[in-house]
Design a protein around this ligand. Structure first.
Ligand SMILES: C[S@@+](CC[C@H](N)C(=O)[O-])C[C@H]1O[C@@H](n2cnc3c(N)ncnc32)[C@H](O)[C@@H]1O
Length: 275
């Protein structure tokens, strides 16, 4: 059965959705049989998919925590935010800085329904159903305008979303749009499938393209070039698990240094600042 949302977009449980497959990999319950089937293909052909998803979320959480505690930025736009999960951007930011405001944006209608229910009680958050490839529509949306003051620095979050934008859809142009419409002192967080030029990434790219018609693994240099005109902060664009690792739970646990698994190397993260 196809369910219509208030906005008239449809949720079709017979077709897989990126948001729901990702939810399944993270151990969530907001997915259908068709999503679990694709999730299982990923787990079989790319057994580290779950590790990639968790390494990504952990880096995102650390980056939001850093922005909230070490900068004065109190407004966040989370593009391709996904279904609500354990620690969402507004929860992390508001834990450190309760006045933080967050606009969530996702193309998946299910995100809108769940997000609205979750955020009903929180007047410092909004959830929009919009396409990241149309940044102007997002920036000028009444909910965005109501919550975000574009005269003040903003944190723009591209967490595990730009690899769902194919080259011909100009991912660099999307980042450039936001760069040009936020003030100096704004932050950009990016996490992105990281090409290892190995059979694992080639296979994963094939599964994603066949299933969703999108999914691009990029090298660190290609990911860094998406942040053109921004100052990429330490330690650069690196495997997500190495991005400012947590001293207690990070790979350097117990003072030891360990090799990252091949899977942990397949997702990169970076934080940049508009000079
Ligand atoms: C892998 S999930 C990432 C979720 C979250 N940002 C994170 O890092 O945990 C990718 C999300 O991007 C959304 N998405 C894909 N293409 C999109 C588009 N063109 N516009 C907006 N959202 C999109 C999907 O619906 C999905 O929820």
């Amino acid at each position: 059965m196809v369910t219509m949302t208030e906005e008239g977009s449809s949720i079709d449980p017979s077709r897989p959705s990126i948001a729901r497959v990702y939810d399944y990999l993270l151990g969530g319950k907001d997915n259908y049989a068709v999503d679990r089937e694709i999730g299982e293909v990923f787990k079989r052909d790319l057994p580290g998919s779950v590790a990639i998803a968790f390494a990504n979320r952990a880096a995102l959480t650390r980056a939001i925590g850093e922005i909230a505690t070490t900068t004065g930025v109190r407004q966040f736009i989370d593009l391709g935010s996904g279904l609500p999960t354990a620690d969402n951007v507004h929860q992390v930011a508001q834990r450190h800085a309760p006045e933080s405001r967050v606009v969530y944006v996702d193309i998946d209608p299910q995100v809108l329904i769940h997000g609205r229910a979750l955020l009903e009680e929180n007047d410092r958050t909004r959830v929009l159903a919009a396409d990241v490839r149309d940044p102007e529509a997002i920036r000028t949306h009444p909910d965005t305008v109501e919550l975000i003051d574009f005269d003040q620095p903003v944190a723009v979050i591209f967490s595990a979303i730009l690899h769902h934008v194919n080259d011909e859809e100009d991912p660099a142009g999307i980042v450039r749009y936001w760069r040009d419409h936020v003030p100096s002192g704004s932050y950009f967080f990016v996490s992105h499938f990281r090409s290892g030029n190995n059979p694992e990434t080639a296979e994963a790219e094939k599964v994603l393209q066949e299933t969703f018609g999108r999914g691009r693994w990029r090298t660190d240099e290609e990911i860094a070039s998406l942040l053109d005109g921004l100052e990429i902060l330490e330690p650069g664009v690196v495997p997500a698990s190495l991005w400012r690792p947590d001293e207690v739970d990070g790979p350097w646990k117990n003072g030891g240094e360990r090799e990252l698994t091949v899977w942990e190397r397949l997702i990169a993260a970076g934080l940049a600042r508009k000079p």
